[in-house]
Ligand binder design. Structure first.
Ligand code: F6P
Length: 470
């Protein structure tokens, strides 16, 4: 069996089983099963002008090769091009992009650096699976160095339509980078279609049949692989967590109150201010819930050295304070806002306590919180998922109440509908979603992608062999 080599910007820190963000959580579950090599950034600064040497460590079946980047790399590659250009662009927020040539150059420089680190570690039969928008140029760099391995790429975030994408000055280089892989995977058909439209509309490439595309003289597969969670394990964790003294204490603090749960990294794409306003609208229009419903918003800080993130941090804190001041009473705090990470097992228990899982991003590649919320429910008394139609998860979670997060009244009404839903309807909706999640879990996602990568690269090789020599 081929060894799996995973490349991603964010890699779990030593001994830490979980991280903020779906990518690390999902990949950890995937790699723990079959083992392999995981290469990426340590999350730290080298404190020098250059990146540090890679540090190797083995945890169970996973070998890690992690590197500290220089401050300049972090500013230009991570905070700059990746998180101030590609992230807002892919989330349809052109207004928040902040393009600078030096950041773009830093992005390509760091990708080249990681490719040079990786190339000597690759064995001929390895499958290399590169993740997310930080690492798009990796395959082009590896190919230039003569690497012939099967190279796959999966984008965890949305891919925007051509009119948005072509606002990126280096859009051609990014598309060329993607065309260097054997398989390019997206979360939803919408994303894959947007990508194909980008290739086709300006005559850059062609969308062939059966998910094949051609561009820059290469054929590659474009597929849809909606990421899942370790459903059975997460459900078991929630069941266990609810019996711990910590969860008992938390449950007591909500006694006689309906708990509405929101969990998101602090990011403008997650729609947290809009959600708080929708909750305020819900209380205003449903006075019977005054003193009876609480929104618990758990929001670990993220990317704090990017300006837009520092702003959203202030905005959410002020908004939660304003709403609590306006609505709260001496014995009721309408919004409990927790601005730090919580362990995965406590989160699993909190999801199970929540009568409503409120997942309302303005735009999201998938959103694994939606899936975790469903997996954590008590089958005999499940809560209701209220889900943004602009999250990738909305394509799959057909038992959720789908909402448009731009419409505060709609979100407010969905909260009211969720809290008054009969047990029979809740069970029926939950069962539909849980059946899907058990079938489409993280191993299925990983297996489907790697099957496509194996088969995709083989088919391309055969097609190339059949081509007459130039
Ligand atoms: O899942 C999307 C994602 O951007 C991942 O790529 C990333 O690891 C995670 O969210 C958290 O973001 P960051 O690594 O910037 O903290």
């Amino acid at each position: 069996m081929s060894r799996l080599v995973v490349v991603s910007n964010r890699v779990p820190a030593a001994g830490k089983g979980q991280q903020a963000g779906g990518l690390a959580v999902a990949l950890l579950a995937a790699l723990q099963k079959n083992g392999g090599l995981w290469l990426g950034w340590s999350g730290k600064s080298s404190g020098a002008h250059e990146p540090g040497p890679p540090e190797f460590r083995q945890e169970g079946k996973i070998a890690y090769a992690l590197t500290d980047l220089s401050r300049k790399d972090i500013d230009e590659y991570y905070a700059g091009f990746a998180n101030s250009v590609l992230w807002p662009l892919c989330h349809y927020r052109l207004d928040l992009t902040d393009y600078a040539r030096k950041d773009m150059a830093g992005y390509f420089r760091v990708n080249r650096f990681f490719a040079h680190q990786l190339a000597p570690m690759i064995e001929p039969d390895d499958l290399v699976w590169v993740h997310d928008y930080h690492m798009i140029p990796m395959a082009a760099e590896l190919r230039q160095m003569g690497v012939k391995n099967r190279l796959g790429f999966f984008l965890h975030i949305p891919w925007p339509p051509p009119d948005v994408f072509f606002a990126l000055p280096v859009h051609e280089t990014i598309l060329r980078g993607l065309a260097s892989y054997d398989v390019v995977g997206f979360q939803t058909q919408f994303d894959a279609d947007n990508f194909a439209h980008c290739l086709v509309r300006e005559g850059i490439g062609k969308a062939l049949s059966d998910g094949w595309c051609e561009a820059y003289g290469r054929r590659f597969r474009v597929g849809v692989f909606p990421i899942g969670i370790d459903t059975a394990a997460f459900a078991a964790q929630a069941k266990k967590a609810i019996r711990t003294s910590e969860l008992d204490r938390i449950a007591k603090s909500f006694v006689d109150r309906d708990l509405i749960v929101g969990v998101d990294r602090l990011d403008y794409s997650k729609g947290i201010p809009q959600r708080i306003e929708a909750f305020e609208r819900f209380i205003d229009t449903n006075p019977a819930y005054r003193g009876r419903a609480t929104l618990l918003q758990i929001t670990p800080k993220s990317r704090s050295d990017v300006l837009n993130y520092a702003q959203i941090q202030r905005e959410v804190a002020e908004l939660a304070g304003r709403v609590n001041g306006a609505l709260g009473s001496l014995d009721w705090v309408p919004i409990r806002y927790v601005n730090r990470s919580i362990s995965q097992s406590v989160l699993a228990g909190i999801y199970r306590l929540g009568r409503v899982g409120l997942v309302t991003p303005m735009r999201d590649g998938m959103n694994l919180v939606a899936k975790e919320y469903v997996a954590a429910q008590d089958p005999e008394n499940p809560g209701v998922l209220v889900l943004s139609r602009f999250a990738g998860a909305a394509r799959e979670m057909n038992g959720a109440l789908l909402v448009n997060p731009y419409d505060l009244d709609a979100v407010s009404n969905a909260i009211a509908q969720a809290l008054s839903m009969s047990l029979e309807s809740r069970k029926e909706r939950w069962q539909r979603m849980m059946t899907h999640l058990l079938e489409h879990d993280i191993s299925r996602w990983c297996g489907d992608f790697l099957d496509a990568l194996g088969a995709g690269a083989e088919a391309r090789r055969q097609a190339e062999d059949r081509r007459p020599a130039a």
